[in-house]
Design a protein around this ligand. Structure first.
Ligand SMILES: C[S@@+](CC[C@H](N)C(=O)[O-])C[C@H]1O[C@@H](n2cnc3c(N)ncnc32)[C@H](O)[C@@H]1O
Length: 219
């Protein structure tokens, strides 16, 4: 019965969210505000947010990095799990998307932990490296443009300290990674998944949660 991961029908998925997820009122409100957005599918799922929050607490993270904020739900999950003086450097290019989240970050009392940088993430990461931030982050989450993932991965690995945790979203890309790639995003994810599998710089687990979440511990 348990030699492989269950596939979830709607009833079982609802059960997982109902009994496996505890959300702050601001998380519920932000998910509700995002649900009518034309690109609502970009938001991570609540059970993934719950897992990420737990991981952030488990490793005692204080300095976190997020690449791809959208309306701010994943940033809220991480920020709620950080201590009062915790810090989340949040990278996105869209004021339109990220402004949806700000009132909810305020309502949750975590806005002061989130340092939102509106610029191409590669520029923000390179600036961090140039400022001497290598080895200073405890946790990072990559969830932006898929063709940029490999470049983000290489920079993020430098910004994390040994033992720190990286989470990478959408690594199963709706299941398309298991078939010949028909577009640049699928190809980029396939190449990254293959690279990580062979990468001796990390410990690795690929979880079939949400759209696929890779966890990598920097060695
Ligand atoms: C999948 S969404 C992020 C979802 C978010 N983590 C959540 O759970 O709600 C991807 C985000 O990446 C941003 N993005 C796309 N290209 C980017 C780039 N070059 N630099 C920074 N952010 C980028 C988009 O504006 C979008 O908000």
């Amino acid at each position: 019965m348990s030699r492989r991961t269950l596939s979830l029908d709607d009833a079982l998925y609802d059960y997982v969210v109902r009994l496996g997820v505890r959300e702050h009122a601001a998380q519920l409100a932000l998910r509700a505000a995002t649900s009518s957005h034309p690109q609502a599918g970009m938001q991570i799922s609540p059970e993934q947010g719950q897992l990420m929050g737990l991981l952030v607490r488990l490793i005692g993270a204080r300095r976190c990095l997020e690449i791809g904020v959208f309306t701010g739900y994943s940033a809220l999950c991480v920020a709620l799990a950080l201590p009062t003086d915790g810090y989340l450097l949040a990278c996105d290019v869209s004021d339109e998307f990220t402004r949806v989240g700000k009132p909810h970050w305020q309502a949750a009392g975590v806005a002061q932990k989130i340092d939102l940088r509106l610029a191409p993430a590669i520029d923000t990461l390179d600036a961090q490296l140039a400022e001497g931030a290598a080895g200073s982050f405890d946790f990072a989450f990559i969830d932006a443009d898929k063709t940029g993932y490999e470049a983000y991965y290489e920079r993020v690995l430098q910004l994390l300290h040994p033992g720190a945790l990286l989470a990478i979203d959408n690594v199963l890309w709706g299941g398309s990674v298991a078939h010949p790639a028909l577009d640049a995003d699928t190809l980029a994810l396939q190449q990254l998944n293959a690279k990580l599998h062979e990468d001796a710089r990390i410990d690795l687990a690929l979880l079939p949660i949400g759209d696929g979440l890779t966890l990598a511990r920097k060695r």
